[in-house]
Design a binder for this molecule. Sequence first.
Ligand code: AHR
Length: 632
Amino acid sequence: SLTVSPDRAGPAIDRTMYGVFFEDINNAADGGLYAELVQNRSFEFSTVDNRSYTPLTGWQQTATGGATGTVQVVNDTERLNERNRNHLRLGLAGTGGAGAGFGVVNSGYGAGMALREGARYDFSVWARTDSATGTRLTAELRTTDGTTVSAPLAVTVRGDRWTKYTGTLTAKVSTTGGRLAVTAEGGGTVRLDMVSLFPRDTYKGRANGLRKDLAEKIAALKPGFVRFPGGCLVNTGSHQAYEAPDFERRRSYQWKDTIGPVEQRAVNANFWGYHQSYGLGYYEYFQFAEDVGAMPLPVVPALVTGCGENKATDDPALLRRHIQDTLDLIEFANGPVTSTWGRKRAEMGHPKPFGLTHLGVGNEENLPDQFFARFTEFRKAIKATYPDITVVSNSGPDDAGTTFDRAWQLNREARVDMVDEHYYNSPQWFLENNDRYDSYDRQGPKVFLGEYASRDNRFSNALSEAAFMTGLERNADIVKLASYAPLLADVRQNQWRPDMIWFDNQRSWGSTSYEVQKLFMNNTGDRVVPSRASTTPAISGPITGAVGLSTWATSAAYDDVRVTAADGSTLLAEDFSAGDFRWTRATGRGTWSVQDGAYVQSDAAAEDTLVTAGDTGWHDYDLRVKATKKSG
Ligand code: AHR
């Protein structure tokens, strides 16, 4: 029986309680939320990002009317700018009849660009030519078989200095296999960079904007906050933006690299094994949070790695620089237009402050003491200048043991504002832990449940999350913020399951967990009505669902990956196919290390509960992971 006490005052529930966690994982940004249709627009793709890439990934040579020439990606002193190292050099042989063109075609992400009949697309390119009479450049939309499906857009490139050329293309047909062709006529050398195509119809019509269907799905949640840019991405950025890879930069996400004109932004070898353009950067994150009516919640690196690696950077000057970067970030968000960083925000189009109130420092560090020493320095500096900012610490991964307990002890002793917790567990766990926060110290730090999910996208997962969320809400005095994670996943390429919203290049759909989040976010109460159940209902029968094993290795690095149970039984095949392994994460315990740029679990043992094929009961398995590294 349930006893409800409407006359007693329960805790108030903040309007911002439920929000979203955005990380560029599963192609969430480029090829996902970021509406750019051209893949590898600045020819910066490299094997540093992913072993399968080349600087011409996404591009193919094309010629009309018998024209010939050469296509070459070069990195020389003629570059667009110091951050945009590579560009495309077209050597035009000048052969072919009148109107003959030689150039390149971009195939977009996945199967191609999703074009809609009648829709307009904004084309732009930076170009220069050594032809004294100029070079006529033509852009057009095509389909997979090479058919032209737009009127051609012609511009004349003049002069051997980088200049931006723009125009609009209108699609004559709808297709999911669209292409963008750029061809040049005549002779000489023409150089191209930042070849871009954006749908005119972005979310809220913003330039350099967001894919409408995805942004609208997020907006429909009515999120209280948007956390960005990750996740593991925060502490593990690995830039290849500069010719000589700079170790310090490779250690973490640098927000300053992600603002300003897109052609001047850095690019990044994303931790999740692909190229990241930073076209979706900090300005766009703040703008998006504002557009969906949510509180922005950035997370900055604390100079201690997590996510499979245990390293703390001992460099006082670097720490000081990162702390200053964080203060500058607050100024970028909130400062007046007369301040250095407030002016940059204004120059980008937003003179009004973004109203930052919360900021996270660090993500899932495995070294609680080292993390906390650095966090303390950040907090001191932030509070000295901005006493009203809530500085969010974290608890490391929820290993239900030493790291987590030690982190919480340090956070409690230092009376931090708020602690970020993360966990991915079975549906059963979520049902059994509804009371998790009932016993949290009311005098201690508040909780930001920054990442959680029950490990699959089935109805039973969503149901167990909903049940768990009633426990979060009941404890709204201590649990102040909560976000399911991750938010977005590309069906064609993903590193993590489950996810809240799935997409391909044309469609998107919410998982059952999305519907639960939407239900809670759209119906957040003002206050908890105290209630008591006479007993916790027994869970009858197993809650089934595919459960995976944690791995940080990428399929680009390994080509033979097998997971077997110690007793030799076959595990549910769906997520364990060799060469294409996409496992959801479990509470894998063991030692993770980096070998040749990939994360591997060296002791090869993890504990988890798995569902075997045809078996609906619960069992404990001892798992063995065997991964053979790709040759070369
Ligand atoms: O949400 C996916 C990953 O899970 C995040 O990057 C990390 O913080 C966590 O381990």
